[in-house]
Design a protein around this ligand. Structure first.
Ligand code: NAP
Length: 265
């Protein structure tokens, strides 16, 4: 039974996940560490946890979550190598870094990768999940149930899928925010006042998403319902096709995948 969790790097993403988990599992005892202490204190307050003053000595925990940036991992690994019980499970939320590297740097075997996204901060996130084969069935079941408490979880048995899909689900909110900004910008171009332009754009994306979630129809069918032959939407969609919106989106996701591989080096 997982009873305790240590969080090393309590930034936005790790804090959102841990708060989601703790809200469902209030018996979980949590320790938090960040170099500047401030964010560890904030998270510890929210989950009735403890703050670790340093990494000199680590308490014993069933599970550790690594929530620092990929570029900060080597420094963290040097400080904690040999201090985790060889049997502990490490959940990494770092983009790109493979389980084999984490296991090697920390001298442990049981590594899990979770790739969340920022809507987790408002309880609407999705996370990709991969668990190394060294977890036994019961441990895997408990980790999956723990992560289910934080977001909608999509599990893959091929670790490569985490890197391939990160540019879709983890980076995806940035694309949606960018599209919202672009819509608002065009409305402002036409003379709409800024606050109203942003509100219109946000409601457009929110309403369309809600419709997709609630409707039994596919996004293609819903698109067709808006698109009368030779109507105004038809003209607009022809531009997306001519200028290659799909190709551009595929290229963006592939560029993110390439970057994930670079971060692994
Ligand atoms: N943002 C996203 O949408 C997203 C999505 C999926 C995955 N991720 C992954 O989530 C991770 C964190 O991203 P974030 O956006 O939450 O970043 P963040 O808010 O900047 O948080 C990073 C945290 O790591 C801490 N840290 C820095 N160096 C450390 C060290 N040596 N040891 C322990 N902790 C250390 C920082 O401490 P201080 O507070 O003291 O600076 C900070 O609390 C990244 O690896 C990223 O790849 C992010």
């Amino acid at each position: 039974m997982i009873k305790s969790l240590g969080v090393l790097g309590c930034g936005n993403m790790a804090s959102a996940l841990v708060k989601g988990i703790w809200n469902q599992k209030k018996e979980l005892s949590v320790s938090c560490f960040t170099p500047s202490k401030t964010r560890a204190e904030l998270l510890a307050k929210d989950v009735q946890g403890k703050v670790l003053d340093s990494l000199a000595e680590l308490p014993s925990h069933d599970v550790w979550m690594i929530g620092c940036k990929p570029q900060q991992f080597e420094e963290l690994a040097k400080e904690i190598k040999g201090k985790l019980s060889p049997d502990s499970i490490v959940i990494s939320i770092m983009a790109g870094i493979p389980t084999s590297k984490i296991a090697d740097r920390l001298s442990i075997e049981k590594v899990v990768r979770v790739m969340p996204n920022t809507p987790t901060l408002v309880g609407e996130g999705i996370s990709l999940l991969y668990m190394s084969k060294s977890l036994d069935q019961e441990e895997a079941k408990q980790i999956k149930s723990m992560m289910d408490a934080s977001s909608s979880v999509y599990e893959f048995s091929d670790e490569e899928m985490i890197d391939k899909l990160s540019g879709f689900t983890a980076s995806g909110p940035a694309y949606v925010f960018e599209w919202t900004r672009i819509f608002a910008n065009k409305a402002m171009d036409y003379g709409v006042e800024e606050q109203m332009a942003y509100q219109m754009a946000k409601e457009l994306l929110f309403g369309s998403s809600k419709m997709m979630m609630d409707s039994p129809h596919s996004p293609e069918d819903l698109r067709e319902q808006v698109t009368s032959k030779k109507g105004i939407t038809y003209e607009a969609l022809k531009i997306f096709e001519k200028d290659g919106l799909e190709k551009m989106t595929f290229s963006a996701i592939e560029a993110a995948y390439k970057r994930a591989k670079e971060l692994a080096e």
